[in-house]
Design a protein around this ligand. Sequence first.
Ligand code: UD1
Length: 422
Amino acid sequence: MAIYRIRHCERLSGEVQIHSAKNAVLPLMCAGLLTRDPVTIENVPCLTDVDTLLNILDECGVHIQRDGTSVALWSEAPCSPTSQNLLSHMRASVLIMGPLLARTGYARVALPGGCAIGQRPIDLHIKGLEALGAHAHLTSGAITLQGELRGGSVYLDFPSVGATENILLGAVLARGNSRIENAAKEPEIVDLCKFLNAMGAKIEGIGTGTLYIEGQKQLHGCVYRPIPDRIEAGTMLCAAAMTDGSVLLRNASPEHMRAVLFKLKEAGAIIKECSSGLRISGRAIHPFQVRTLAYPGFPTDMQAPMMALALRLQGTSVFLETIFENRFMHAREMVRLGAHIRIEDRIALVNGGQPLAGATVNSTDLRGGAAMILAGMAAEGETMLQDPQGHIARGYEDLPGMLSALGADVTVMDWNPEEANG
Ligand code: UD1
């Protein structure tokens, strides 16, 4: 679908605006299944994941009205999507289960797709919805859930972001009170809770590991502006820390990015919080150690961009990936540029400061693809990054444009596999 041409870059400077968070917007959009009144989401980023989910919601009978960057969604009689193939394209599509069940007592969805960064089962989603009274059965690649949702108690074995969202989206319309223990605490969960409360839901314990939900008979519309994208902001910070520039990220939310800011400062970058966002100046110089964890720990989505930064730092940086079991695919591509990286199970050792030279490389997944753009900027000469599945555009709105606005030389062209192979 796309091929990126990246040339070496020594310095980034200037300012860019951070978009709304993809991972906040997608669950918010699914709330369009919960009400007859329009819910209006403002500042919706221009991402292919957003378009795919809109197509899925359209198939579910959700009315969609776009006005600039605002999207209004509502549904009189929602239903399960007829064609199941769109769902296999994106992980977040599974989030239609909770609201469909709550509203209609029936949901049938294909097992979700998305980045192949691990097995990514949905057992916790299903167990949670079963605890609210649903009956589940799996047939030929799709899961069917049935039953009137009633209040219940859910304990998540792991604070899964998606499972917490799905259960919340069901519990708000269930009959009675529910409790989710060991719930995820990510800022995107907090945003979803605030949004649902703005629709008339009653959720307490927001931002903690235990969420209390008082089920409502119905919810109403609202107008809501989602939080800024902490991963987009973090990716831009890594890009800036690789060079010796000064970059202002307007609209970035430092309070959602403590773990990443701490690591970047430890590596030597100078980061200042200001009223308009975050300013980074100076080059990172020290290698570091990262252990990915659930929020407020270091985000797994930032592991790949931080690895691109580590390529430039003299010495050994260590990455321990605890969330996903197959999330070092980008390392293999970085090695093609000349990087010295050793992988042992869930640990990656990056011996940084080696000379890197442009080459043809692949985008392996969403964050890994973005990290390869950064790695290409660090390499001498020209790097061609092939992204036939369009991973990067799924989650970054015009990343080449944002980097180019700061002085990088990154362009995106349409993918022509014959040319690339020939
Ligand atoms: C969300 C984010 C993704 C981020 C991830 C972790 C969205 C659209 N995506 O993904 O960018 O990397 O959180 O912060 O918001 N698991 C199970 N069973 C389940 C659910 C999850 O075993 O039912 C496991 C997963 O395989 C994984 C871990 O739990 O190893 C974390 O997954 P989860 O928090 O659910 O991530 P997602 O919601 O898929």
